[in-house]
Design a binder for this molecule. Structure first.
Ligand SMILES: [Zn+2]
Ligand SMILES: [Zn+2]
Length: 353
């Protein structure tokens, strides 16, 4: 049986924290659930998941559809697209069987690369290598999530770039349906020995997904998200505070414009696992600091429920705090004495997004 390998290369950078990551997980679930209803797909489709934030790595090795379960997606700081492509090329080299005089190899793999940001690592070498050696052996479809993605870089990588712009996740759901339908059609044709139709992006257009045409490349919006990490003072587990840029109201007083106010409103505070630090790039340069003056809203600790996640230990790391008194900093173990509260602004390091 010749296999049809599908690789999902998923951006799990900090800006995906919360809703976007949940939606991505749901989209994976719905693709798998629906493909499993298809006997042809069950026989031919194999799935692998590669994730990337500041680091890239394989999360699920290439397995048959029946044994595939959408994994818990990690989260990290940074968007190492170059490293993700390197990892993808290694996986294709190692996991996809080539046709030789003695064996019929796998079908041409399909790669869905989903990203919401701009690369934070060097991508030029990886893109060149992909175009030269891999673009004829695999079909890569790049998909942008939201307005912060860099379509120009993706266009260097592949002609097939789709844009999911809308908030709320309906587009991602439509995208999942399109993936399911096109993979099912491909596996049916291959199974019947017909010429495979290939993955047609025209159909994605019919499904209401925007195709980025040459010249459509848009400049990504800057600095939409500020993310800060802290640790729970009780169980030491990390958490992530996510703030979204607030737009200036337009002349009619409506919000939703694009000119930034330089103020960020709290979107949420999410519990992290310790592997967050494994998926985060070591910072080579200090991140642009943002003052607490620019941040609006505090959140309770997702781990212990303490009133604020915005207390500062002596080592300048954030920790949760439930009121005045002496506590131990979960980062450095030093004693910190919290007074009745001061509103002095201080600078905090911000994530890479
Ligand atoms: Zn806590
Ligand atoms: Zn400390």
């Amino acid at each position: 049986m010749r296999r049809l390998p599908i690789f999902f290369v998923l951006d799990v950078s900090e800006s995906m924290a919360g809703e976007p990551l949940m939606r991505l997980h749901k989209a994976m679930e719905s693709i798998v659930e629906q493909l499993r209803q298809d006997p042809n797909a069950l026989e031919t489709v194999y799935i692998s998941v590669i994730a990337f934030a500041g680091r890239a790595g394989m999360v699920v090795p290439l397995v048959e559809l029946m044994s595939f379960y959408p994994p818990r997606l990690p989260l990290g700081g940074g968007t190492a697209l170059g490293e993700a492509l390197d990892e993808l090329m290694v996986r294709i080299e190692v996991d996809v069987k080539k046709t030789t005089p003695n064996q019929r190899g796998d079908w041409e793999p399909i790669v869905y690369l989903l990203t919401d940001g701009r690369p934070t690592d060097r991508t030029a070498d990886a893109i060149r290598r992909w175009r030269k050696t891999f673009s004829s052996r695999a079909h890569l479809i790049a998909v942008t999530l939201g307005k912060g993605a860099d379509t120009r870089i993706l266009k260097q990588l592949t002609d097939d770039v789709l844009m999911l712009e809308e908030e709320g996740g309906e587009e991602l759901a439509r995208f999942a349906q399109w993936v399911t339908a096109s993979v099912a059609a491909q596996s049916q044709a291959l199974d019947a020995g017909r010429a495979a139709p290939g993955i047609s992006l025209a159909k994605a257009g019919d499904a209401g997904i925007t195709l980025v045409k040459p010249g459509d490349e848009s400049t990504p919006q800057d600095d939409q998200v500020v993310v800060l990490t802290g640790r729970c003072s009780r169980n030491r587990k990390p958490y992530l505070l996510k703030y979204q840029a607030l737009a200036m109201p337009d002349v009619l007083g409506n919000f939703g414009g694009t000119s930034p106010t330089g103020i960020y409103g709290l979107e949420g505070c999410y519990g992290l696992e310790e592997d967050y630090f494994d998926w985060t790039a070591q910072r080579t340069a200090p991140a642009t600091p943002v003052s607490t003056d620019q941040l609006e809203g505090v959140a309770p600790c997702p781990h212990c429920g303490a009133a604020t996640t915005f207390a500062l230990g002596g080592c300048d790391h954030l920790m949760c705090c439930d009121g005045p008194g002496e506590q131990t900093c979960p980062w450095c173990d030093a004693a910190v004495n919290f007074g009745p509260g001061s509103n002095d602004a201080f600078d905090v390091g911000r994530g890479l997004g």
